[in-house]
Write a protein of this length. Sequence first.
Length: 443
Amino acid sequence: MVRSFIPLFSAVSSLYRESRFLRTHKQNFSPSSFAVLVLLLPVFYLSCTSCENPLAGKKPPSRFRIASWNLQAFFDGQETGTEYADYRAKSSWNEIAYKSRLTMLADAMTRWPEPQTRGERPGPDIFALVEVENSAVLEDLRSGPFAPFKYSYSAFAANPASPLGLGMLSRFPILSTRSHSLQTESFSTPRPMLEAEIELPGEHLFLFVCHWKSKLGNPSETEAIRRASAELVNRRTHELWLEHPDTPPLVLVAGDLNENVDEYSRQGGTCLTALMPADISPESFIEATATPRAFIKLTGSPADLSDPPAPTAAMSAPATAAAAANITAAPAPAASPATAAAAANITAAPAPGPANPAIFYSPWLNAPWPGSYAFQGAWETIDHILIGPAFFDNRGWEYASFFIYDQAPFTNDAGYPNSFNPRTGKGLSDHLPILADFYQIRP
């Protein structure tokens, strides 16, 4: 086994200037006009179980499946001071309780249902995991409960001193990884966005794994943080289009966005939400006037998806913004088959963003399931796999289907998610896994 660790602070001695970079920016997105700073890789981990592509020499798969699952506060048994109260020694949480939870999850994964196995390997090819404490827990998950799925690549990201982070497991090679966080004058996003470039047969996939701000607290303040996260997705999506002008990039956004697919209507259409219907004009909202990209548009019709407008000189500015920035980066260790960019102490001049918000296809808008999470007995659709336009252009990789694992042991007797109780040590998670299938059109 080869494992490579790339924590930000240990990389200082080997910093070098990165040729592929993320433009930082400052953007006013509320009447109070506070600045948004994008930081790369506050804490980062990348590993592989082999320096060779496990798919090499085999017939390339013509389908792939991705899953996203919030594991509900998956803490280890070591106390560092950032854990939730129920996961500390005084609440009887310890290494034994942690190992027991791993065992219980492993038992559940042996019963992982496969409605469309097609004779291939069990489990999804790519797994986005939310609420994982650290990279060691991710490795325990990969080599323990998820071992039957045989993942050869993994990545992890978390903000410093944050109790939980984001994980990713993949059978396909992870070529590069970045972690993006937002910090303003008044707040810092609790978790970063993990971006990975993954090598699919014939094309590269750009996957964003997210865990947006929860709704706990002042509604207008938490919505502003979610809109800031949506703006980050918009900017990176637009940058990818600029970097790949000849072939539209494959982009997926997965994770717990803490916002329903119909959040705008749930709020009575009275405020600008981070996820907006594609057929709604947001210009009447002050927030939209201040930052016209601080939300993502969702559609249930592929016909609504379109390529971004041709870039103007102002819109193209982020591609050359590095000249104004003090950007340094650390290379991935030579033993790793993937490369990762790490940057520290980044400052840059404000960079113009895309003219229009990104539009993604949301499977929820055509799904028969009521949700993947329940709050006070009411279903919510806060877990997402958002699908970019390139999956609907009738070439290369195309979207096929969406489904949820809503059966025991993932659900309880009432049909709701089988929440984990750290005091009893029973249950799995208060979220259900969501999955999406894709297939390849070959010439």
